[in-house]
Design a protein around this ligand. Structure first.
Ligand code: ADP
Ligand code: MG
Length: 666
């Protein structure tokens, strides 16, 4: 059955991977607007305001250029407020003079009006005081999605089961899962959101840890066939070809990894290090060592663009060593793909680089020995299963650019082995980071200076945020830059089609344009050495770890580089947070500070960026939950081994999900 009557909306839902009522109810809001009326009557510039009042003028609509501007006056007690709404062509059809309405807006001091963000008829009941906002395609109105959520929840009554064993539900004072979902979508208080998220996050953590443990137990039974022992010293040919000297840390972790590859148990190791710490070369070195012992290797990247970049870099070295490297992504054409698959099966390809396509059913390796997975946090934990059909003897190296202090990593990933790089190749030439106001002249001065020196610039804006923060939306900012730097700007955001994204990236990558205006998309491993300036608008909207990741995109060739974080407010905590970045460049330290400031275990909303594979959990925020879940998961396993029936439901469910994930990914 289709979810809505509209063909167009159904198509949009499919694009969001939403196919049935379950998908709808598990698609949670990323943010809530609180529509409790303000007590205040005077406001500061840009302050968010909620007013309950009566419309006392005709709604006046003008259409200069391509935008619609609607204006009306609102009477609240005995004060009149001027309201302005941009691009709401139907406002005057839905509302009229003498309507009582609740509005949310932001105050514009210069012109003394309120910029409308949300409007509702009447004074609001408890439940609808919170408007849930969803990340949706531009053409899918938020209120329609909200209606769909309500219908879906109603249709699923009695059909949503608790996976968590009852003794744990009682122990942690959790509500039922159905109620948790309901409260998260339609809260009537902050408490509701907290309670709902508490269930969903805990369940996600518990199942994640449980699955990891189940997989790990299974893996422990596997052993490798005996391979030729290797040593980093025989990789000299490779090392000599590098245009630079390996840092001590790169050398150290390479040794660690190779020693692990020599063991007769399978390697399952995480290599973590800051953005720009040079993990790629380490992985190439290990792929080389793996090749020397006669095995094939793969390198999997999360995006086509990144896979291509790795492929180009790999060729620069491996071409000289008579090692054949190929690229396989979803975009590889049929003929090429067939040729690659044939050669791969015959063992004629040494190293294959690509995306998830590397693990399609029809991809058969002759002798896969090492699998490297870049930007690990995008993939989840079941890589071992992903690989099971490709060669049981395969070592796995995962690379993550979200450094997490060891103790934290252990609570999340269990007994995973970890290698860490703590040093950057260009440590002596630090990036200078500054906090500035968004209209500070220094921003454009800096950019002009960089452009004059033929350098490149990143401009980062917060996530596209449906119906708020108009000043910093990707549209507003990119218009500003296009106007000032015509023909020199590429624009990149999540709502572009894949080929449009690739095109924008390629333009910047090949230096056809000097400026890339982008949302967080750019966070994933892009390496443009010539970039030496970055502005991040509304920086406090991002987490510290994300900001640090972003900043790592510049200064990659040692050229003196600048990162400007804009912040227009005066909140001490926000400033302190941003100041951590001004002072430090150590990802591990920043991660710890981030953690301290957020206060672990806090449930203050959903994660904002796509920086992990978790739906509800935030790696940094929710570390406490992971720790609790880990203890509980260990007990569950113990009970299971003792034959306790109370835990068999969740175990079966996890085992099924492991199989299912394996199935859908292959
Ligand atoms: P990440 O760890 O973020 O994946 P990369 O592997 O992309 O980092 O490396 C970042 C940049 O640093 C690349 O351009 C790479 O060529 C360069 N690089 C790596 N190791 C060194 C080194 N030892 N000396 C100088 N430059 C290096
Ligand atoms: Mg990388």
């Amino acid at each position: 059955m289709k979810l809505t009557k509209s063909v167009r909306l159904n198509k949009l839902l499919e694009e969001m991977s939403i196919y049935d009522a379950y998908d709808v109810v598990y698609y949670l809001p990323y943010k809530y607007l609180d529509l409790t009326p303000s007590e205040k009557i005077n406001f500061n510039d840009k302050e968010k305001v909620v007013l309950l009042g009566t419309i006392v003028s005709k709604i006046d609509v003008v259409k200069p250029h391509k935008i619609t501007i609607s204006k009306f006056d609102l009477l609240v007690k005995d004060k009149i407020y001027h309201i302005t709404a941009f691009n709401r062509p139907y406002l005057d059809k839905s509302f009229a003079i003498s309507d009582v309405v609740t509005i949310l807006g932001s105050y514009n001091q210069e012109y003394n009006y309120i910029n409308l963000i949300n409007i509702k008829k009447g004074s609001l009941e408890n439940e609808s005081k919170y408007v849930s906002l969803y990340h949706l395609s531009k053409d899918y109105p938020n209120h329609l999605f909200s209606g769909l959520v309500k219908r879906s929840l109603n249709s699923l009554q009695g059909k949503i089961y608790d996976d968590i064993p009852y003794y744990l539900i009682n122990h942690h004072h959790l509500i039922k899962k159905y109620d948790a979902l309901y409260k998260v979508h339609f809260p009537s208080s902050k408490e509701d959101i907290k309670e709902g998220l508490k269930y969903l996050k805990y369940e996600e953590a518990l199942k994640f840890v449980l699955k990891t443990l189940l997989i790990k137990n299974e893996n422990a039974k596997l052993t490798k066939y005996k391979k030729e022992p290797i040593d980093i010293d025989i990789c000299k040919d490779f090392i000599n070809l590098l245009p630079f000297k390996l840092t001590d840390e790169q050398y150290k972790v390479s040794k660690e990894i190779i020693a692990d590859m020599n063991k007769n148990t399978l390697m399952y190791r995480l290599l973590q290090g800051d953005v720009g710490s040079g993990k790629t070369i380490v992985s190439f070195l290990c792929l080389y060592a793996n090749n020397l012992r006669g095995d094939q290797g793969v390198l999997m990247a999360p995006t086509d663009a990144l896979a291509r970049q790795h492929f180009e870099n790999a060729n620069k070295i491996f071409n000289h060593l008579n090692i054949r490297v190929e690229l396989l992504t979803g975009q590889t054409n049929k003929t090429k793909r067939k040729a690659i698959l044939d050669d791969l099966k015959d063992g004629l390809i040494d190293i294959l680089i690509g995306t998830h396509a590397l693990f399609s059913k029809d991809v058969i390796y002759s002798k896969l020995g090492l699998c490297v997975i870049d930007e690990q946090h995008r993939f989840g934990v079941n890589q071992r299963h992903l690989l099971a059909s490709k060669g049981e003897d395969c070592d796995i190296l995962m690379m993550s650019a979200t450094p997490i202090p060891r103790s934290l990593a252990l609570s999340i990933y269990g007994d995973l082995d970890i290698s860490s790089i703590h040093q950057l190749p260009f440590q002596n030439k630090k990036i200078i980071t500054r906090i500035v106001k968004s209209d500070d002249k220094k921003i454009f001065d800096g950019i002009d200076y960089m452009l004059k020196n033929n350098r490149q610039v990143y401009v980062i804006v917060p996530l596209i945020d449906y119906e708020s923060e108009n000043d910093f939306s990707i549209d507003t900012i990119s218009a500003k830059y296009l106007l000032k730097y015509p023909n020199n700007v590429a624009i990149l955001h999540g709502k572009l089609k894949n080929n449009e994204k690739e095109e924008a990236l390629a333009k910047f990558y090949n230096h056809e344009v000097s400026i890339l205006v982008s949302t967080l998309v750019v966070e994933v491993g892009i390496d443009v050495k010539n970039a030496s300036f970055m502005v991040i608008y509304n920086a406090s909207n991002f987490g510290l770890a994300s900001l640090h990741q972003l900043r790592g995109r510049i200064g990659r060739d040692g050229y003196p580089s600048y990162c400007f974080l804009t912040y227009d407010g005066d909140d001490k905590d926000e400033l302190n947070k941003l100041n951590v970045l001004v002072k430090s460049f150590d990802g591990f330290y920043i991660a710890e500070e981030d953690l301290k400031m957020r206060g672990p275990g806090e449930l203050n909303g959903l994660r904002q960026s796509g920086d992990t594979d978790f739906k509800y959990l935030n790696l940094y925020n929710d570390i406490k939950i992971f720790q609790i879940a880990r203890n509980d998961a260990l007990t569950i396993l113990k009970k299971y081994q003792e034959g306790d029936k109370n835990v068999s439901y969740i175990i079966n469910k996890c085992q099924k999900e492991i199989k299912y994930e394996k199935f859908i990914k292959s």
